[in-house]
Design a protein around this ligand. Structure first.
Ligand code: PLP
Length: 476
């Protein structure tokens, strides 16, 4: 093959010399962690299979088990599974390992699409808790405990409650209170903690959901720790029956799991256990300084607890930056990349989201501030843009995700799909939260949200028609 478009594409990006505020958390090892350098230097030698002496991820007894036990100690879990297929495989494993077909779970409606995919795969019924949307940032940030209690009481037959903690935006709900309510009714608390792998390493960060009472949680090491993409762990709390979950982790992962990935997980945890407090302190201080200076710029609002007082947000990840811009998130993302060589994690119409990790340097944050200062001066305060609501307009559920997906379908124009039942799960990406699920009635608000996402160049994950013109609906 003479043409190598993927390799060329990656090298083109590398050569741009971009400052990364996106995943993966190692930021291409610009801080030269020696533990990562060792993997880098020996990549092809370390890439191996389950020969004697190297244990087996699918039935760990030796080196992999020891490493998983070390991770369990760090995360205060009773058991940890290493995952090489991302948090996605962990979310499938937690849900399908504990809930049977036709049983019901209660889901926070702004969960990642992998939660709904698990329900599709396992023919699991769903009821929803809707998140509290911040009117300032226009994104789902909090969970009202009264709403949780109400939905639990209305659905006493549900087996589990599935929540995201922290959200993509770094906001944290009151898991301690929620877990008490969930457990009082004999349900399990399953947490998608994909964005919280760094929490155990500094008291200035929120506590982990396991510490706060969750029964199980999955966390992506590649998002906020210096670990390779696709690496994640699944943590169990004491007393949780692990038989189904263990089986499912094996079912949803490659039978040829990468030793490079496993070594990378172990190395990132080693770095964090030895230096995590110091490194995170340094970055938290730098972010605090950044936030303080940003108060003087007219075009931006940086998310902080002060702005979320009425939104049922209990805590925040101090290393996640959400910046609302007067001329919009999408435009700001483009300006930062094209004029300042800075790449953010994601943007919506209002905000940009940046992931700061121990892989970043103080200079990165300074560079970000200088860029925003310059943009503020150049573009000044523009008028407030039209708010684009990406966060889940409420939809009426008429059948289960599984049943709707497998119904006889027909294709209709999206603009003419009002009151029809969707067969598609459409998730503007990022953040990957579905605006419509199979089995939900399509409303004008949902149509507008999808069109608005499309017009703003946001990918519509899960939409069969890549042009975004047509949608599959249940054929009546
Ligand atoms: C909240 C949340 N959960 C789960 C996932 C899936 O994680 P992974 O990419 O590690 O499979 C993501 C991915 O972005 C996410 O944002």
């Amino acid at each position: 093959m003479n043409d190598m478009p993927i390799t060329e594409g990656i090298f083109k990006y590398i050569n741009e010399d971009i400052t990364s505020f996106h995943m993966p958390g190692h930021k291409n090892n610009k801080r030269n962690f020696k533990e990562l350098q060792k993997i880098q230097d020996n990549l092809y030698k370390m890439d191996n299979t389950e020969v004697p002496g190297l244990d087996n991820l699918h039935m760990p007894k030796d080196i992999i088990l020891k490493s998983e036990q070390n991770a369990a100690r760090i995360f205060k879990a009773s058991k940890t599974y290493y995952l090489v297929n991302g948090s996605t495989s962990g979310i499938y494993s937690m849900i399908l390992g504990t809930v049977k077909p036709k049983e019901k779970i209660i889901v926070l409606r702004n969960c990642h699409r992998s939660v709904y995919s698990a329900c599709l795969l396992g023919d699991i019924k769903t009821e929803y808790i809707y998140p509290k949307v911040s009117s300032l940032f226009n994104i789902g940030v909090g969970i009202d405990i009264n709403e949780v209690v109400k939905v639990i009481k209305e659905n006493p037959d549900a087996k589990a409650v599935v929540l995201t903690y922290p959200t993509y935006y770094g906001t944290c709900a009151d898991i301690k209170k929620i877990s008490k309510e969930v457990h009082d009714r004999g349900m399990l608390l399953i947490v998608d903690e994909a964005h919280g792998a760094h929490f155990p390493f500094n008291d200035r960060l929120p506590k982990t959901s396991i510490e706060l009472g969750a029964d199980m949680a999955v966390t992506s090491l590649h998002k906020t720790l210096p670990s390779l993409t696709q690496t994640a762990i699944l943590n169990l709390s004491k007393g949780v029956d692990d038989s189904g979950i263990g089986f499912m982790t094996s079912l949803f992962q490659s039978t040829s799991p990468s030793y490079v990935f496993m070594a990378s997980m172990e190395s990132s945890l080693n770095i964090m256990e030895n230096q995590g407090k110091l490194l995170t302190d340094e970055m938290i201080d730098e972010v605090l300084l950044f936030k303080e200076k940003m108060k003087n710029l007219k075009s931006f609002i940086v998310m902080d607890m002060d702005y979320l007082k009425d939104d049922f947000v209990y805590d925040m990840d101090s290393l996640r930056l959400v910046i609302k811009s007067s001329f919009g998130g999408r435009k700001l993302e483009k300006i930062l990349r094209s004029q300042y060589k800075i790449q953010v994690e994601m943007s919506d119409l209002n905000n940009i989201v940046l992931i700061v990790t121990v892989g970043n340097t103080k200079e990165d944050i300074k560079k970000l501030y200088e860029a925003l200062y310059d943009i503020d001066k150049k573009y000044g305060y523009l008028n407030k843009i039209n708010d684009y609501i990406i966060q889940i307009p409420k939809a009426e559920k008429v059948m289960s995700i599984h049943d709707a997906y497998y119904m006889k379908k027909r294709k209709v124009r999206l603009k003419e799909a009002k009151d029809l039942i969707s067969c598609e799960m459409i998730s503007p990406y990022p953040p990957g939260i579905p605006v419509i699920l199979p089995g939900e009635l399509i409303t004008p608000e949902i149509i507008d949200t999808i069109i608005s996402a499309k017009e703003n160049g946001i990918q519509l994950n899960g939409m069969e028609d890549m042009q975004g013109e047509y949608i599959n609906v249940v054929s009546s």
